[in-house]
Ligand binder design. Structure first.
Ligand SMILES: Nc1nc2c(ncn2[C@@H]2O[C@H](COP(=O)(O)OP(=O)(O)O)[C@@H](O)[C@H]2O)c(=O)[nH]1
Ligand SMILES: [Mg+2]
Length: 233
C-alpha cells in the first residue's frame, strides 16, 4: 500500500463523500495504491453511510474528539505514507498531488500551510486568521525554535515509519500542536508546502472548533511540552 488518507469526521454528511471521491480521483490520476480511512465518532447524521458508499473504509471510534479519531486512523493505516485532512471539504484533496510529488525529499512531516497558499474569502473566521492562528504559530515557533507558518493546519503528510516513532495521546484539537511539537522534540524534520483553504461545505452544521477553549488547550499543551516533556514519550 502506497498511501493511507485519514479523515476525521463528525456530522459531515454534506461533504464527506466529495472528499472521499476526490481522494480516489487522486489515487487514479497519480497511479497510487491507496486507501481512504474515515474515522467517525458516532455521527448522528448520514456521514457513516455516505463515506462507505463513496468507497472509504469507515471506522467507528469509541473515544470522542478530533485527536482520538485521527490517532485511531493512524493505527489502521497500512500505507508507506499517510495524509490527514478534514472531511468538511475545506481542504482540496486534489492537492494530494503536491504532497505526493515531494515524497522522495528529506522530511518526516510535510505541513500544508494555508498562509502560504490561498485562503478563500470566508473560509477562515477573521479571529482565527488574523489573531488565533498567527499567535499560536508564533508561540510554537518561539518555544520550540521552529519556522512554520501555519501551526493549526489540518492537512499533513507523513512517512508512516516516522509516525510510528512517536507516541501520540491528545484527544481534542490540541492534537495539531502535539504533532508539531513531538516531531520537533524528537529531532524529526518538518517541511512546508502551500495549500489552499476553501469555505467548508456545511449547510447548517457548525464548526466543531471552539476558538477560546481550543486555543487555551493548545497553549497549555505547548507549555507543558516545553517544560516537562521527556524525549520518547
Ligand atoms: N471523528 C471526529 N471528527 C471530528 C471531531 N471533531 C471534529 N472532527 C472533524 O475534524 C475536522 C475538522 O473540524 P472542524 O470543525 O472543521 O474544525 P475547524 O475547521 O478547525 O474549525 C472535520 O472533518 C470534523 O468533522 C470529533 O470529535 N470526532
Ligand atoms: Mg473546518
Amino acid at each position: 500500500m502506497d498511501l493511507s488518507i485519514v479523515i476525521p469526521c463528525l456530522n459531515e454528511e454534506n461533504t464527506i463523500d466529495i472528499c472521499v471521491k476526490k481522494c480516489l480521483q487522486s489515487f487514479q490520476k497519480l497511479n497510487i495504491k491507496g486507501e481512504v480511512i474515515v474515522v467517525d465518532n458516532q455521527s448522528t447524521d448520514n456521514s457513516y453511510n455516505k463515506a462507505k458508499e463513496a468507497g472509504a473504509k469507515v471506522i467507528s471510534c469509541e473515544a470522542r474528539g478530533y485527536g482520538s479519531a485521527i490517532r485511531e486512523g493512524f493505527k489502521e493505516a497500512q500505507g508507506e505514507y499517510v495524509l490527514m485532512a478534514d472531511g468538511d471539504n475545506s481542504y482540496d484533496f486534489l492537492q494530494i498531488e503536491d504532497f505526493w510529488n515531494m515524497r522522495h525529499k528529506d522530511f518526516d512531516m510535510i505541513l500544508g500551510s494555508r498562509f502560504r497558499g490561498k485562503i478563500e474569502k470566508n473560509a477562515m473566521p477573521p479571529l482565527h486568521r488574523y489573531f488565533g492562528t498567527p499567535l499560536l504559530t508564533f508561540i510554537v515557533n518561539t518555544l520550540f525554535f521552529l519556522h512554520i507558518t501555519d501551526s493549526q493546519s489540518g492537512m499533513r503528510f507523513f512517512k508512516k515509519s516516522s509516525l510510528d516513532k512517536i507516541k501520540l495521546e491528545s484527544t481534542g484539537m490540541e492534537f495539531a500542536s502535539e504533532l508539531t511539537v513531538k516531531f520537533r522534540l524528537n529531532g524529526m524534520k518538518i517541511i512546508e508546502i502551500p495549500i489552499n483553504l476553501y469555505k467548508d461545505g456545511r449547510i447548517n452544521g457548525k464548526p466543531h472548533l471552539k476558538p477560546w477553549r481550543d486555543g487555551m488547550r493548545h497553549l497549555l499543551y505547548m507549555l507543558k511540552m516545553r517544560f516537562f516533556y521527556k524525549k520518547g514519550n
